[in-house]
Design a protein around this ligand. Structure first.
Ligand code: MN
Length: 254
């Protein structure tokens, strides 16, 4: 199983959550929300070969943490994964739209300069702005739009631009989310939980809960869950292959 966007460091007992994920055999992209969190979160992955740590600066924190951008650039050589980064166009964050955009542009510039990264991207209410930024920096790496919630037209544009997607149980439980997932190319979809923010059945999701997303994908794709799991693993391997020329330590899919 694959959880391509999970905040392991934000569970009450992060190491226990990381170990449970590994015991369940889940490959986890452990995303961070601030550059300062990277070192400690990367430590969580020690001895757990299926866990990869991504360097992030969350758009909802950009206005408070923009000074950590220098640290971000200093750490970027240690990982091939970046996230969570992106833009958030929610009304309460409108005053911070400028700093968000500067940070995201700088992140993409740094990724390009480093030779490309796999980038887990937040685009809530900002799909067009995110796609515009990616279009200005096509050499940033492979964008993976996490929990995409734009319009069908924005999705079409994202697909045409070569974006990948990570989808979770919450997204797959709404009719709009299901319609979007149905329109995404199957060979560019990975599963995620966004735990502990992602919630299902009244509790925070853990990496092992990607099985809930597999069950829903099986309905969308009209096949069995075994087939879904095999397909997702191939996709994951293809992503590793696609990005094998990126700078930094290896991207492993097995
Ligand atoms: Mn997240």
């Amino acid at each position: 199983m694959i959880d391509f966007h999970c905040h392991l460091d934000l569970y009450p007992d992060p190491r226990a959550a990381a170990e449970r994920a590994s015991q369940a055999g889940v490959y986890v992209l452990s995303v961070t929300t601030t550059p300062k969190a990277w070192q400690g979160t990367a430590m969580l992955a020690q001895g757990l070969p299926r866990v990869r740590t991504a360097l992030g600066l969350h758009p909802q924190l950009a206005h408070e943490r923009h000074a950590e951008m220098a640290l971000f650039e200093g750490l970027l050589g240690q990982t091939r994964y970046v996230g969570e980064v992106g833009l958030d166009g929610s009304p309460e964050l409108k005053p911070h739209a400028g700093v968000q955009r500067r940070i995201f542009d700088r992140v993409l510039w740094a990724c390009a300069k480093a030779g490309g990264r796999v980038i887990s991207i937040h685009s809530r209410r900002a799909a067009d702005d995110v796609l515009d930024a990616l279009a200005r920096r096509p050499d940033a790496g492979v964008p993976v739009l996490h929990w995409f919630s734009g319009t069908a037209r924005q999705l079409e544009r994202a697909v045409a631009m070569g974006c990948w997607f990570s989808v979770g149980p919450a997204m797959l439980s709404s009719p709009k989310g299901l319609a979007l997932v149905g329109a995404m190319p199957r060979e560019r979809i990975l599963t995620e939980t966004d735990g502990p923010f992602g919630i299902a059945r009244g509790r925070p999701l853990e990496p092992g809960d990607v099985v809930l997303a597999e069950v829903e994908l099986a309905k969308v794709w009209r096949c069995g869950t075994d087939e879904v799991r095999g397909h997702l693993f191939n996709t994951f391997r293809n992503l590793a292959r696609t990005t094998s020329g990126f700078g930094g330590p290896p991207v492993k899919a097995s």
